[in-house]
Ligand binder design. Structure first.
Ligand SMILES: [Zn+2]
Length: 75
């Protein structure tokens, strides 16, 4: 796997993962993020939508659910 220096921030707006405005699954940080793609984390439904639309315009739409990036081995 490629070595990434990917921080745990929203890939659309850069909001840190531990920010109070970050959307967690079922509203609990213990449950992990509510939104993400295989590119990284998304803080909210708005950023998820923006990311999806950007991908469609770029001709690279998300076609399959991505696995939770926090459960992947980034090392
Ligand atoms: Zn965001």
């Amino acid at each position: 796997m490629l070595k990434k220096t990917q921080a745990r921030t929203c890939i659309e707006c850069g909001l840190p993962y531990d920010h109070p405005n970050f959307s967690y699954h079922a509203g609990r940080v213990q449950n992990g993020p509510a939104y993400w793609s295989e590119r990284g984390l998304l803080c909210s439904h708005a950023c998820s939508t923006a990311h999806f639309e950007k991908r469609v315009k770029a001709g690279d739409p998300m076609t399959e659910p991505a696995s939770n990036p926090l459960e992947q081995d980034w090392s």
